[in-house]
Design a binder for this molecule. Structure first.
Ligand code: SAM
Length: 338
């Protein structure tokens, strides 16, 4: 979507990319302990005074939409459903003009209770993370026995009309790498759109190993052994997923986000705000820009917008995972906002 703000005021970087898609992390805490994301004991969570308040989150989203041309806001975390103020934050964002598209990335736990209220507040869509169709595997992978809660959350989102309901899956070698077809069968049977995400070097334990990563090519080969994937006529735009229509799948798509082996940095339209008010130009950025400090020191909206633009102007051309000098960011995925 074209930026509705005047030229020169949008979030443009030195390569000409315009960021219109804002990812807002609402907490770094999570109620799962996925082995590829967090250690079993959790992490040292951000202290409460460091977190943006609901009013501060709303103020920064307002600056992003009104002054910087953001047209899409996605709430994430940590687990965003753990944030008590989520419905009020969604409602405030939905009241903005121009109204941004509002979506949520969640593990689905608690969504069965909250999907309708979130839709009523103005939420448009959800992505629910689910890496396995097997309840025992889910318990092993996430260290919590909550598979049934996720399935109930997915169904509630569909019934609430938060469509298309998308599922995000990460495949791990020797854990669930045999599940690509089963996950797609499950998605098709329930009218969900499935996206596989390549595992990235963003885990707190620094356990990522490129040689063991399940690649987009492998995932597609496993899917094609059972399904016919047809070219998707819809333009990809800045979307991270390459998508295909599934033959016989009632118009449903399947996608692969090849963040590592098929990077899409050239089309990236993201800007990120962490739960403690830091702007990040990229998931893999090693620098952040502190909007919370500026905001609490009394900066006006113009000043906040100026700092946000400056932070994005310095965005690097690519994430550089393949560069010999690549350094994993010190914040793990859960504290950045996935
Ligand atoms: N708790 C929410 C959820 O589960 O969707 C939002 C945050 S979670 C960090 C967002 C997504 O990031 C999930 O789909 C999760 O599987 C994915 N993720 C976490 N660590 C990852 C990694 N190292 N590589 C790729 N995806 C990862």
């Amino acid at each position: 979507m074209n930026s509705p703000v005047a030229a020169g005021t949008a979030l443009v970087d030195r390569f000409g990319r315009v960021a219109t898609d804002l990812r807002v992390s609402l907490t770094d805490r999570c109620n799962l302990r996925c082995s590829y994301c967090m250690p079993a004991e959790g992490l040292p969570w951000l202290p409460a005074p460091h977190l943006l308040t609901d009013a501060e989150v709303i103020r920064l989203i307002t600056v992003a939409v009104r002054q910087l041309g953001v047209t899409e806001v996605r709430f994430t975390g940590g687990e965003p459903l753990l944030r008590p103020g989520l419905p009020a934050i969604v409602a405030a964002a939905a009241a903005l003009r121009p109204r941004p598209t509002l979506s949520l990335t969640t593990n689905g736990i608690g969504l069965a209770r909250t999907a309708t209220a979130l839709r009523d507040a103005g939420l448009d869509r959800v992505n629910v993370s689910l890496d396995t169709v097997d309840a025992d595997r889910f318990a092993a992978l996430t260290r919590r026995r909550r598979h049934h809660d996720v399935l109930a959350g997915l169904a509630a989102a569909r019934e609430a009309g938060l469509r298309p309901v998308k599922i995000n899956s990460v495949l791990l070698r020797g854990v669930n790498d045999d599940e690509a077809p089963a996950l797609l069968r499950f998605a098709l049977a329930n009218s969900y759109e499935l996206r596989f995400i390549e595992q990235m070097p963003l885990d707190a334990q620094h356990g990522w190993d490129r040689a063991r990563m399940v690649t987009a090519t492998e995932i597609l080969a496993a899917l094609r052994a059972e399904f016919t994937l047809l070219p998707d006529p819809a333009p990809r735009g800045g979307a991270p997923a390459e998508t295909w229509l599934v033959a016989g799948g009632d118009g449903l798509r399947v996608g692969v986000i090849g963040s590592v082996t098929r990077p899409f940095c050239g089309g990236c339209d993201r800007t990120r705000l962490t739960a403690d008010g830091q702007v990040r130009a990229c998931l893999f950025a090693t620098e952040e820009s502190d909007l919370r400090g500026a905001l609490r020191a009394g900066a006006d909206d113009e000043e906040l917008a100026r700092r946000w633009r400056a932070a994005m102007a310095g965005k690097r051309a690519g994430h550089g995972i393949d560069d010999p000098s690549f350094l994993q960011p010190s914040r793990p995925m859960s504290a950045i906002g996935g």
